[in-house]
Design a protein around this ligand. Structure first.
Ligand code: HOZ
Length: 433
């Protein structure tokens, strides 16, 4: 049995926030819209824990939606940030740190020859799509249902993440003209992909995808799907964009492209790249990147792009990942967690599937394998909401939607994993009873 958390201060503060911020949140994914109740107001993070303003300690599987692979306030990252802060916050002029981070990215990510820093994953995907169109002189874009590439107008079609959670996968306010050149296909459907390329391949500027989807929950690409993507785009002169905002430095140091051995033409990055600061980036083949302003005619700019604090945080994060190499341990910890959750669910007779790659996973309340959007949306979201609340009452902080990835950090210990499984066992028994 568990006692509900004391949420008095969080409730009071959230009511205050709702008066001045739409829905009380600065990003809809944070609202507890799909699970009920109010979000907790967070005071601070330490390693694998968050602490809310009521003083509750929460074991964190959100990690700020991906960036904190090293846990909160890793000493090297914190130190680098403090050092950078002592020099100033923004100059609107080049700094050495920008080149240093670009060099680290190019060393890490197999397909990237040149890279441009921006401020968010949304900016990265928006810019990559513009660049692909400018490079090819074509308009059509292919995306996949349930993939989310930030809130870019032309990509808000059958989008995942908060858009799917809140039931607006295609948003009002996006003019029909903006999405007229976007084709949305089913993930992992090779036949549909081949048919689309056979019919319109020479008009398609780019195919953009999450090479492991995190934004309809975790969905794993089939080998055939990835290799068909590479073969068809190459054959038709289409730019293949891997959106690795979530998977970059997460499923392997070099991202999904290293893990699966597929080389895209362009890659978008964010999250871990900034180590918790607002950073995005896009990069890839030098001949394509040469079309970006000021080298080429495709315009893209930003006052705070390459911000020195963000660069320092990113450099320290990547260097720590290199020196600590947490990946084998992350893989093991996540596998143990998923196996334990699955065994606990089975024992309670809870239908589920739990795809995981590296340190990302999703517990789907769904008896079928989830390989695409159609399957993902058959999940029992009411059951998910009860599971989420049960775990939260036990001090386990999960993403507040069935359609998100859970993230394990290098700070999560075997004892944390055992605790999570034990808590889930109790919650599943309540759900089944
Ligand atoms: N891209 C994040 C994971 N789906 C969502 C974070 C947000 O939209 O606030």
């Amino acid at each position: 049995m568990s006692m509900p958390l004391n949420r008095t201060k969080s409730r009071e503060h959230f009511a205050r926030a709702c008066k001045v911020i739409p829905g009380g949140v600065n990003s809809p994914a944070r609202a507890f819209g799909a699970v009920g109740g109010d979000p907790l107001i967070i005071d601070r993070g330490v390693a694998q824990y968050l602490y809310d303003i009521d003083g509750n300690q929460l074991l964190d599987y959100v990690g700020s939606w991906g960036p904190h692979i090293l846990g909160h306030r890793h000493p090297a990252v914190q130190g680098a940030l403090e050092k950078a802060l002592s020099k100033g916050t923004s100059f609107g002029a080049p700094t050495a740190a920008e080149t240093e981070l670009a060099e680290l990215v190019i060393q890490a990510v197999p397909s990237i020859e040149q890279v441009r820093m921006v401020n968010s994953g949304t900016e990265a995907t928006m810019s990559a799509v513009r660049l692909a169109r400018g490079f090819t002189g074509r308009d059509l874009i292919v995306k996949f249902a349930g993939c989310y590439h930030g809130h870019v107008d032309s990509l808000l079609v059958q989008a995942g993440s908060g858009a799917l959670t809140l039931g607006v996968p295609s948003s009002p306010g996006v003019p029909a003209g903006c999405t007229a050149d976007t084709l949305s296909l089913e993930y992992n459907d090779v036949e549909q992909l081949e048919k689309t390329f056979a019919e319109r391949g020479d008009k398609i500027a780019a195919v953009i995808l999450e090479p492991v989807v995190g934004n309809m929950g975790v969905v794993i690409p089939s080998k055939e799907f990835l290799s068909a993507l590479r073969k068809l785009t190459e054959h038709h002169g289409t730019v293949l964009i891997f959106d690795e905002v979530m998977t970059g430095f997460r499923v392997a140091y070099g991202g999904a492209q290293e893990r699966f051995g597929i080389t895209p033409d362009l890659t978008t990055l964010g999250k871990i790249l900034g180590g918790g600061m607002p950073v995005g980036a896009y990069g890839g083949r030098a001949d394509i990147m040469a079309k970006i302003s000021p080298l080429g005619p495709v315009y893209q700019a930003g006052t705070l792009s390459g911000n020195p604090l963000a660069m320092a945080c990113g450099i320290a994060t990547l260097m720590s990942l290199q020196s600590e190499d947490p990946y084998p341990q992350l893989e093991q910890t996540t596998k143990a967690l998923c196996e334990g959750l699955s065994a606990a669910a089975k024992a309670a007779g809870i239908a589920h599937t739990i795809p995981h790659v590296g340190s990302m996973f999703t517990f789907f309340f769904n008896p079928e394998p989830v390989t695409n959007y159609t399957a993902a949306t058959k999940s029992d979201t009411k059951r998910f909401a009860a599971y989420f609340q049960g775990m939260l009452d036990r001090g386990v902080y999960l993403p507040c939607s069935q359609y998100e990835a859970n993230f394990v950090s290098a700070c999560h210990t075997p004892a944390d994993i055992e605790k999570t499984i034990a808590d889930a066992r109790e919650v599943f028994a309540e759900l089944a009873g």
